[in-house]
Design a protein around this ligand. Structure first.
Ligand code: GLU
Length: 496
C-alpha cells in the first residue's frame, strides 16, 4: 500500500505557521516513504471561507518549498480538491447513513435547542445531546416534513461507554461517549460539516495516514464511528503536539506572530523557517540544528516526534535565520534574495509616488523611506509623550485600531481609512489626533509618509506587528484593562 497523506486547511484567515508545520511533517513522512502528499481545501464554512485566504495559504506554503502532488492548483486523479465543489458526494453519503439508520433527520429549531440547553442548565445536567434527547413525536416530524421545514442530518452516537482510538504517537486514547453530541453531518443548507466531509474525502482520496494537530483528538471518536458505519478502513491517526508560545500557552496571535506572511515580509528565508518548524518536536539523528528539507526527509522518522509541547521562539528562529544567511548565501545570492524580498522595481514602484515630491537627490530616499524596509522601529517614549492625546487615550487608540485591523481580510487603502476614521468618530477623537500614535507606531516618529498608503504598502502583517509593538512600548495592556477595553471596542464595532 503506498502512503498518501494530506493537509486540509480551512481558508478562513491568514496562512498560519501551524498549517506549515503540519504540512511539513506530512510532506516529510510521505517523501521519506515514496508516498504522495495532497492538499485539500476544507471550505464548507461558506461564510468564513474566502478565495483570497485560500490563495494566501497556497502561495505561502509554496514559498516555503512545501509543494504537494495533488491539490486544487495542480489537479490530480482524486479531485475536485475543494470541498465546496464536492457537495453531491456528501449528500449521497449522508443519505446512505439515513437509509441504514445510522443518522437521523433533526427538525429541532435553534430556539428549541436553546430551550433544551437552558432547561438542562437549570437542572444541573451536563450531558451531550443524543438522538433520544432530540427526537420529536412521529406526528410532529411528519407535520414539519410536510410543511417543508428546515432540518439537519445528525449521526447516531452511543449514549455511554468508552471509545478507544489508536494514535501512532499516543497509543490508545480513551474518550467517553457520554460527552459526544449526536453530531450534525449535513447542515440545513445541505452543506456537510467538517466531520462528514473530512471522513468521506479521506476515504475517497485513499488517505492512509492522518497527521494533524492535537486539537482534533476529540473529533477522532466520531470519525472512527463514521468509518465503522460506512464499513471503511480508517487511516492511521497521528495527532501532532501543538506549537506553543514561550510561556507554554497555545501559539496565538496575541503573543506571537502566527502568519507565515509576517515571516516572509520581515525578511526570513523560507528555508530557515521550514528548518525551524522541522525542529518542533523532532530532531535530526545527529542533533544538528540547521538542516535542509531534503536532509530532513532523508532522516525522517514520524515515531520520533516527541509530545512535549514544542515552543515557537522567535529569538531562536532569528538565530537560525542568521546562520542560514551567513553560511548558505554567497554575496551574489544574498543580493538576489534581498531583491526578491523588497529591493525590486515592483515594491519600489509603490513607494516612489509617496516620496518623489520630497526627493531632491537620491540620497534623500533612504531617510524618507526607512519604514518600508524596517521591521519593528525603535520607539522612543518621548515621541509618544509629545502627542496631543494622553497616555491612556493613546493606548486605547492603538488597541482599538489593532483589534480592528486584525479582523480585516481585504487590505485596501480606502477601506482602511474609512474604518479607522469611523472608529475615531465613535471615540469622539479628532482624526488628526487619533492618527498621531499610529504614525509613531508605524515610523517611530510623527513624520511619516501618508499613513494609509504606508500601511497598505508594508501590508497587514507588518502593520499589525508595529501597532502591537507600540502598545508594548507604552507599557502594554493588562488582562483586566484588556477586558474593559474589549467591551468598549465591541460596542463601537457593532455600531460601525
Ligand atoms: N480543516 C481542518 C483544519 O482546518 C482539517 C483538520 C484535519 O486535518 O482533519 O485544520
Amino acid at each position: 500500500m503506498s502512503v498518501r497523506v494530506r493537509i486540509a486547511p480551512s481558508p478562513t484567515g491568514d496562512p498560519h505557521v501551524g498549517t506549515a508545520y503540519i504540512a511539513l511533517f506530512n510532506l516529510a513522512f510521505a517523501r521519506s516513504l515514496g508516498g504522495k502528499f495532497i492538499l485539500r481545501i476544507e471550505d464548507t464554512d461558506r461564510v468564513r471561507s474566502s478565495l483570497s485566504s485560500e490563495k494566501a495559504i497556497l502561495d505561502s506554503l509554496h514559498w516555503m518549498g512545501l509543494d504537494w502532488d495533488e491539490g486544487p492548483d495542480v489537479g490530480g486523479e482524486y479531485g475536485p480538491y475543494r470541498q465546496s465543489e464536492r457537495g453531491d458526494i456528501y449528500a449521497r453519503y449522508a443519505q446512505q447513513l439515513l437509509d441504514s439508520g445510522k443518522a437521523f433527520k433533526c427538525y429541532r429549531s435553534s430556539e428549541e435547542l436553546d430551550k433544551l440547553r437552558a432547561d438542562r442548565r437549570e437542572q444541573g445536567i451536563q450531558k451531550a445531546f443524543k438522538q433520544s434527547d432530540l427526537e420529536l413525536p412521529a406526528e410532529e416530524i411528519k407535520r414539519r416534513e410536510a410543511a417543508g421545514e428546515a432540518y439537519v442530518v445528525r449521526m447516531c452516537v452511543p449514549d455511554e461507554g468508552t471509545c478507544i482510538v489508536q494514535d501512532r504517537l499516543r497509543g490508545e486514547i480513551e474518550l467517553d461517549w457520554a460527552n459526544v453530541d449526536a453530531q450534525i453531518l449535513l447542515k440545513a443548507d445541505g452543506m456537510p460539516t467538517y466531520h462528514l466531509a473530512n471522513v468521506v474525502d479521506d476515504h475517497l482520496m485513499e488517505i492512509t495516514h492522518v497527521i494533524r494537530g492535537e486539537e482534533w483528538i476529540n473529533s477522532a471518536p466520531k470519525h472512527q464511528l463514521l468509518y465503522e458505519y460506512f464499513g471503511w478502513d480508517m487511516p492511521e491517526l497521528c495527532h501532532m503536539p501543538l506549537l506553543r508560545n514561550p510561556d507554554k500557552s497555545k501559539l496565538s496571535k496575541r503573543k506571537n506572530r502566527t502568519s507565515i506572511n509576517y515571516y516572509r515580509d520581515m525578511g526570513y528565508l523560507p528555508e530557515a523557517l521550514t528548518n525551524y518548524l522541522g525542529r518542533m518536536g523532532w530532531s535530526m539523528p545527529d542533533e544538528s540544528e540547521k538542516f535542509t528539507l531534503d536532509r530532513m526527509i532523508n532522516n525522517f522518522d514520524l515515531g520520533k516526534v516527541s509530545l512535549g509541547g514544542p515552543v515557537f521562539d522567535v529569538e531562536k528562529l532569528d538565530w537560525l535565520n542568521g546562520l542560514w544567511i551567513r553560511e548558505e548565501l554567497n554575496d551574489q545570492q544574498f543580493a538576489s534574495r534581498v531583491a526578491d524580498w523588497a529591493i525590486n522595481p515592483q515594491y519600489l514602484g509603490k513607494i516612489i509616488p509617496l516620496i518623489k515630491d520630497r526627493v531632491e537627490k537620491f540620497t534623500d530616499i533612504a531617510p524618507l523611506s526607512g519604514l518600508f524596509f524596517n521591521g519593528l522601529p525603535i520607539l522612543d517614549t518621548a515621541e509618544f509623550e509629545s502627542l496631543k492625546l494622553d497616555h491612556e487615550a493613546q493606548i486605547k487608540v492603538l488597541q482599538f485600531a489593532s483589534w480592528w485591523l486584525d479582523d480585516q481580510q481585504e487590505w485596501e487603502r480606502d477601506a482602511l481609512y474609512q474604518g479607522l476614521n469611523a472608529i475615531s468618530q465613535k471615540m469622539e477623537i479628532k482624526l488628526r489626533d487619533f492618527l498621531q500614535p499610529l504614525f509613531v507606531a508605524m515610523s517611530g516618529t510623527k513624520v511619516c509618509p501618508p499613513l494609509f498608503d504606508a500601511m497598505t504598502i508594508v501590508g497587514p502583517d507588518i502593520t499589525r506587528a508595529r501597532l502591537r509593538h507600540a502598545l508594548l512600548a507604552l507599557g502594554g495592556v493588562s488582562k483586566k484593562q484588556a477586558k474593559n477595553l474589549e467591551k468598549e471596542f465591541r460596542s463601537i464595532k457593532d455600531s460601525l
